[in-house]
Design a protein around this ligand. Structure first.
Ligand code: SF4
Length: 250
């Protein structure tokens, strides 16, 4: 039986799949609860602070820099294709437009697990732009300007972080990046070891008080449930939330 990272065509590597199945076996019925075909993990309550605009200032690099997104599929891919060149023309430079026209929007390489991913430009994702010292996703900016849902156009995985969704045996595990899920998650331990958003211990002592402030950490679920609502509908997400919060000690 093969497991997939939801929102991409990518299966888990067999070693990751073994760790994933062990994780499920240890927790289903204890800290992982069922609703329809969803498996809702209490790990979704892990505190997170996606203070993305201050990430570059605190860490010298944000998570989009030096990388490419996961591959897309389904309606996400269709929506992206529909708008991609309009985004490049509106928010990027002629060299990027020329590159995409000549070589295509996507490329496959060892860095993309040989799945088609948005092409890199000077080492970063083709759609990562700089504006007043901030690193910004051109797709996200374009979506907001045009009153479109960014989660429908940007690669699903880019909007998903810090959640993790894995399809397996007709079910979907809905969890978050934690020290226990990093061994099989698409995110690995790169973020846990490096970024303050998912690990407050990574916050440098020199960081300004307002950057990744302690009071800004709220459950991972709260940051990404809007994305799930956009794909699975309001009612499903509400029911999942009821299951999740009803398991908290009163
Ligand atoms: S698509 Fe946007 S969010 Fe995703 S890696 Fe590129 S710049 Fe970052």
């Amino acid at each position: 039986m093969t497991s997939f990272y939801y929102g991409t065509p990518e299966p888990l590597h067999w070693e990751d799949e073994i760790l994933f199945i062990h994780y499920l076996k240890d927790r289903v019925g204890k800290t992982i609860h069922s609703y329809e075909h969803y498996l809702i993990d209490e790990a979704l309550l892990t505190p997170v602070n996606l203070d993305c605009f201050n990430c570059h200032l605190v860490h010298g690099q944000n998570c989009c820099e030096g990388g490419q997104p996961y591959s897309m599929e389904g309606t996400n891919l269709e929506e992206f294709r529909k708008h991609a060149f309009a985004i490049l023309e509106r928010h990027t430079s002629t060299d990027r437009i020329r590159l995409a026209r000549q070589k295509g929007l996507f490329e496959k390489s060892a860095a993309t697990n040989f799945y088609p991913s948005i092409r890199a430009h000077e080492g970063d994702c083709l759609f990562l732009i700089k504006d007043n010292g901030q690193h910004v996703c051109a797709i996200h900016r374009y979506a907001l300007e045009n009153k479109l849902d960014p989660g429908r156009i940007k690669p699903f995985s880019c909007s998903l972080f810090p959640l993790e969704l894995i399809e397996y045996d007709g079910k979907i595990l809905v969890t978050a990046l934690t020290p226990e899920t990093d061994s099989f998650s698409r995110w690995g331990d790169f973020y846990l070891d490096r970024y303050s958003c998912v690990n407050h211990k990574n916050r440098p002592s020199t960081a300004a008080d307002s950057h990744f402030a302690k009071e800004g950490y709220t459950p991972a679920w709260e940051w990404s449930k809007g994305l799930l609502r956009s794909y699975w509908g309001e009612e499903t997400v509400q029911e999942m939330e009821k299951v999740l919060y009803s398991k908290l000690p009163h």
